[in-house]
Design a protein around this ligand. Structure first.
Ligand code: ARG
Ligand code: ZN
Length: 487
């Protein structure tokens, strides 16, 4: 997250404004059965195989996101990623092998995966060697036989090399970012292809088995639950399983020297991994983690996943935290508001995920509003206090532009206005519709859309339904008009 600019008086501490955050493998099992089996349902709900003979096409190199048109690929839908990775911080080389179970959504003579860098060793499709070429981040795969729409396929890719961090339009780095003792692994919005071949689009959620082999003494932390930890010949393999649908950008495999505390929080296993250099500074916020999770569960609805936790690393070059599914990554010791922000993203962002990147306020506005709710719950300041503070800022303050609902260009995805004006939109909505309708809207938004993808018009429609008010002009002014809205 980026820094929230609440004044110290609101936070109840003296002195200058607080900057709350930096500026800002055993062979994987395919198609596991998570409690809700969403991926399998998608598969079963598809139209049957196309009639023979096929007229195979070349799968599109992107899914047409307005900000990242080449991210993701057309022609198939991933169900499960089985990743086996080995990393040695001494050499900086990552050896990977990926088994990707998917369903063809077209008859395909060729299709792409997204992968940046690395040397690709071999690719097979359904067990037969496939030919491949590279073009930028597109790994173009030609299977030995065309693929039929509606049928499952298994793609295996082996690859190796020193990962190169990916630089975003806003200048920040992501992907596989080396640290002094390992790597900090984050992928929003486009870092996932920097460490595994994938269909890098938030619409294509899948389940994951991620196993990571590191030198003994290091720990690798990934999404979901820890299935096993085994040492042999000086190396340790950590096998993690994410049973719930997950967008590629939320995958992680952060590794290094970590102290891991395991517990049960909100009925699920909690893994809190802390770099020893951050332990003392992180302790106060981490002590709040169980209360934060149970508080948001009471406000929004049950915690969405079967594991929870946090990864607190020392990765000062990164400059932000990320809501990696089940275990947010922190580039340094977080304060309680940054922790609350990233944990709230488990509901809004991870479980309920945007369809296209310009709708990012559905993540960042909601997570910033969650910080304000946490401030209220803990008796420090109310959402209205925060709103009033920002509402007093002049019309030329960067808090207003670009409008939260339309960042315009990808370099503005994570701008202050997306976070703060986005959260102010929710507070203005709360005042307009009243508390009962407001919290009903948030709960239904979560419960009706978790594990899927959403758009801003869907949120507006839900808010109108639940409140019985016509909110078109209201949301237009708050989300889309340039300059200071009528506060
Ligand atoms: N979603 C993250 C947060 O909670 C911010 C990610 C910023 N990423 C970036 N590449 N600038 O606020
Ligand atoms: Zn955020």
């Amino acid at each position: 997250m980026r820094g929230t600019r609440l004044p110290a008086t609101i936070l109840g501490v003296g002195g200058a404004m607080l900057a709350l955050a930096a500026p800002a493998l055993a062979r994987p099992r395919l198609i596991p059965a998570p409690p809700h089996r969403p991926a399998l349902h998608r598969f079963l709900g598809r139209p049957g195989p196309s009639p023979w003979p096929v007229r195979p096409q070349i799968g599109a190199p992107g899914l047409g996101d307005p900000f990242f048109p080449l991210a993701g690929n057309g022609g198939y839908d991933v169900l499960h990623y089985g990743l086996r990775l080995a990393y040695d911080p001494a050499t900086g080389v990552l050896d990977g092998s990926a088994d990707i179970a998917a369903v063809a959504t077209s008859d395909l003579s060729r299709f792409d995966l997204d992968l940046s860098g690395f040397t690709v060793g071999a690719v097979s499709v359904d067990g037969r060697p496939a030919s491949f070429t590279r073009d930028g981040q597109e790994l173009q795969i030609t299977p030995a036989r065309p693929l039929r729409r509606g049928l499952p396929l298994l793609v295996s890719v082996s690859y190796s090399g020193a990962p190169t961090p990916i630089t975003d339009p806003d200048g920040s780095i992501e992907g596989w970012v080396p640290t002094t003792d390992g790597a900090f692994v984050v992928g929003e919005p486009q870092g996932a292809p920097g460490w595994f071949p994938c269909n890098d689009n938030p619409r294509d959620k899948a389940t994951y088995d991620i196993s990571v082999t590191v030198p003994d003494g290091l720990t690798a932390v990934s999404n979901g639950v820890l299935r096993s930890q085994r040492s042999s010949r000086g190396r340790t393999t950590f096998a993690w399983h994410e049973a719930f649908p997950m967008a590629t950008y939320l995958a992680t495999a952060t590794l290094g020297h970590f102290e891991v505390a395991q517990a049960t929080v909100a009925g699920v296993p909690s893994y809190v991994a802390v770099d020893p250099s951050q332990a003392a500074d992180a302790a106060p916020a981490l002590a709040e983690l169980p209360d934060i999770v149970s508080y948001f569960s009471s406000v929004y609805g049950p915690y969405p996943f079967d594991a929870v936790g946090a990864i607190v690393d020392d990765a000062p070059d990164v400059g932000y935290a990320l809501e990696s599914q089940t275990k947010p990554n922190f580039d340094r010791a977080p304060d309680e508001f940054t922790l609350a922000h990233e944990l709230s993203h488990q509901w809004f962002g991870d479980a309920v995920t945007l369809t296209t990147w310009p709708d990012i306020w559905l993540h960042e506005g909601f997570a910033t509003y969650s910080e304000w709710l946490w401030g209220d719950h803990t008796g420090q300041f109310t959402p209205q206090d925060a709103y009033d503070y920002y509402a007093s800022l002049p019309a030329d303050d960067p808090v207003w532009d670009p409008p939260a609902g339309n960042p315009g260009t990808p370099d503005a995805l994570f701008s202050d206005s997306v976070y703060i004006r986005g959260a102010m939109t929710l507070q203005a909505l709360r005042v307009k519709v009243g508390d009962p309708a407001f919290f009903r809207i948030l709960r239904r938004w979560y419960l009706g859309n978790r594990y899927g993808n959403v758009t801003t018009p869907q949120f507006i429609a839900l808010a109108q339904r639940e409140s019985g008010q016509n909110l078109g002009a209201f949301f237009n002014a708050w989300l889309y008009q340039e300059g200071k809205p009528p506060v």
